[in-house]
Design a protein around this ligand. Sequence first.
Ligand code: B16
Ligand code: MG
Length: 211
Amino acid sequence: MKYSAVIFDLDGVICHTDNYHYLAWKQIADDLSICFDEKINNRLRGVSRMDSLDIILETYNGTLTDQEKRMYAEKKNIIYRSLLEEMSPTDLSDDVRKTLVELQERGYKLAVGSSSKNAKLILNKLGLGDFFDAISDGTNVTRSKPDPEVFICASEYVKVKPEKCIVVEDAKAGIEAAIAANMDSAAIGDATLSGMATHNLKCLSDLLVIL
Ligand code: B16
Ligand code: MG
């Protein structure tokens, strides 16, 4: 087998919490009278919470102290987590479920590589709390994608060399992180537009043909 491990980004690959992120950030932007739309929201894909706030503040007429920034980021997270309460195993698509199960049966190590500090909560909500061999997320890294740290950690957790890992990502920053980690990548959604990935997928089960 060319690869021994598959590292999945979470938001935009396994599930779709984009709209929850959007609704939560929108409330913060409205509080600060900042214009915020889907186009700006797209730039937040794969980007950490604090880096996302900095992008939103690009058009803010004023300055916030670090303490105020932390307060707004925490407020966004409280709104976001209350929206996540809506999630359940029915939010896992048949295509994603089928792909994960088949890859596990074929003997691949399966890991998550997500920027989110809420990754474990989301996986539990989806009924995938115990499914993956390893979870590398926003709680074990100090640097955000496009830095490769989150994927390097995932490969170390499953004890597979980077050259034998493939990353599945929906964000350009995530594909850049995979390249920096010396890993092949499969892009889905927005990330396919970057033209930088090793493979482009129309849906997750296309992986079953590539691997
Ligand atoms: P949190 P991923 C990323 O998840 C999201 O795409 C991004 O929009 C979010 O800002 C980031 O997680 C941090 O999330 O606020 O929950 O820590 O795509 O890397 O799985
Ligand atoms: Mg993503």
